[in-house]
Design a protein around this ligand. Structure first.
Ligand code: SAM
Length: 251
């Protein structure tokens, strides 16, 4: 996979992209991430990427010319998704990370100031993504969040392949608790079942814990999660009274 990121603050990226899982994924050749300085596509001596808004008002708006020129250069003849980071985009989820991880190429545009000229959104961008209902100063952190979530899904990126499949949200549920040594810390014990070596019992315990945790913290997820009849029974026993995914389909 190749990922191109367009920004006026390229220096923000190396620390995050070169570390840990993303850094290793690049070293292994699973992903080629290139961060581009938008100013390299400006034509004036001040390398201007923004201008005052038409209609007045405060703030600055990112000019369309360098963004179009950069994307057209970087994309070449290939047909790559061009993603604008914006608090007005569709809300980023694990399902979207999985979709993006299937792509050969991704191009991200990081906005700044009041955002980008509307013509970029209308005529260049193919997708608009928000990482949450709050406003950041720029799209760089949002791009890093999405790149991290996508790259760790690439086959070979994680040391332990099943980890991503069991993570919170990948299963539609929150993951249950984890423990490591020592078995007793300050008098607090690791649950006995985890030390039993009984794989089926451990799996059942983990599944129940994931259901319990989701019920306690994000009951809204339960109505959409793929659940077995056993899961549903456990949830009812835990006091969940809401709907399940297939309820309406089976009625
Ligand atoms: N005036 C814009 C609005 O109200 O929609 C917000 C501009 S924000 C200060 C500057 C840039 O930060 C945006 O162009 C976008 O690239 C990025 N940004 C801010 N919040 C974001 C979010 N929640 N998700 C993704 N990108 C965001």
């Amino acid at each position: 996979m190749r990922i191109d990121i367009l920004t006026i603050f390229p220096d923000m990226f190396p620390c995050v992209l070169d570390a840990s899982i993303i850094g290793r994924a690049q070293d292994k050749g699973l992903v080629d991430i290139r961060v581009w300085n938008l100013r390299d596509w400006t034509t004036d001596k001040h390398k201007t990427t923004d201008d005052t808004p038409y209609g007045g008002g405060g703030g600055m708006v990112m000019k369309p010319e360098p963004i179009f020129a950069a994307v057209e250069d970087i994309r070449g003849e290939e047909d790559a998704p061009v993603i604008l980071l914006t608090p007005q985009g569709r809300l980023f989820t694990q399902a979207m990370a999985e979709e993006l991880a299937q792509q050969e190429r991704l191009i991200f545009i990081c906005g700044r100031y009041e955002g980008v000229d509307e013509r970029v959104r209308e005529h260049l961008v193919t997708d608009e993504i928000s990482i949450g209902d709050y406003v950041l100063s720029g799209g760089e952190l949002a791009a890093m969040v999405i790149v991290d979530a996508v790259v760790r899904l690439l086959p070979g990126a994680l040391g332990y392949e099943r980890a991503a499949a069991e993570d919170s949200h990948a299963t539609g549920l929150l993951e249950g608790p984890h423990y490591t040594r020592p078995p007793i810390f300050r008098g607090w014990k690791v649950p006995e079942v985890l030390r039993s070596g009984h794989h089926a019992k451990v799996a059942a315990w983990r599944r129940k814990q994931a259901l319990k945790r989701t019920l306690e913290r994000r009951p809204d997820l339960l109505a959409r999660a793929p659940l077995s009849e056993q899961d549903k029974q456990w949830l009812r026993e835990m006091g969940y009274q809401g709907p399940f995914k297939n309820d309406s389909e089976t009625e």
